[in-house]
Design a protein around this ligand. Structure first.
Ligand code: T46
Length: 132
């Protein structure tokens, strides 16, 4: 699997905690876009796509969720359940997000601006592009 876990440090003092993500330092790309997923209803599964070029980093800044990954040869599940554990999600890995806790805020940092053409939402096309 190309995608992998990255840990960031928990900084802080008697006032509480602070964690930092810096483009081209903590994560291996310049951050062009930030979005966050929250208020996800019970039982909902999202994603169901891969990308052509967008690299992303996912971190639950509140709560937890699971990410199912599929590189056409292998499948894996990553649980994001702490503010210091991030998933570097590479474009070639099909992904689905699920098991969101009520308080989940999934922060996503992306290497490219939003472009619907960058999505591969058809699993057969995904296999043609990235399989074999
Ligand atoms: C991904 C996973 C982790 C925009 O207009 N701009 C944006 O930057 C984004 C990300 C979405 N949208 C619109 C497109 C849809 O109408 O917001 C709506 C929900 O997006 P989508 O159904 O693509 O959301 P997810 O949760 O399936 O996927 C998102 C990202 O789109 C995707 O890049 O990898 O989170």
């Amino acid at each position: 699997m190309s995608s992998k876990i990255i840990q960031t440090q928990q900084l802080g003092d008697e006032r509480g905690y602070l964690s930092v993500i810096e483009g081209n330092l903590t994560i291996p790309f310049e951050i062009k876009r930030v979005f966050y997923i929250y208020g996800t209803k019970e039982g909902i599964r999202r994603g169901f796509h891969a990308h052509y070029k967008t690299r992303q980093v996912l971190v639950c800044v509140s709560g937890r969720c699971k990410i199912f990954l599929d590189n056409s040869k292998r499948k894996d599940v990553v649980e994001l359940n702490t503010q210091t554990k991030m998933l570097l999600l590479e474009p070639e890995d099909w992904h689905e997000m699920y098991d969101f806790s009520d308080d989940c805020v999934l922060l996503v940092l992306a290497s490219h601006h939003y472009d619907p053409q960058d999505y591969i939402r058809d699993y057969e096309l995904f296999l043609e592009v990235y399989g074999k």
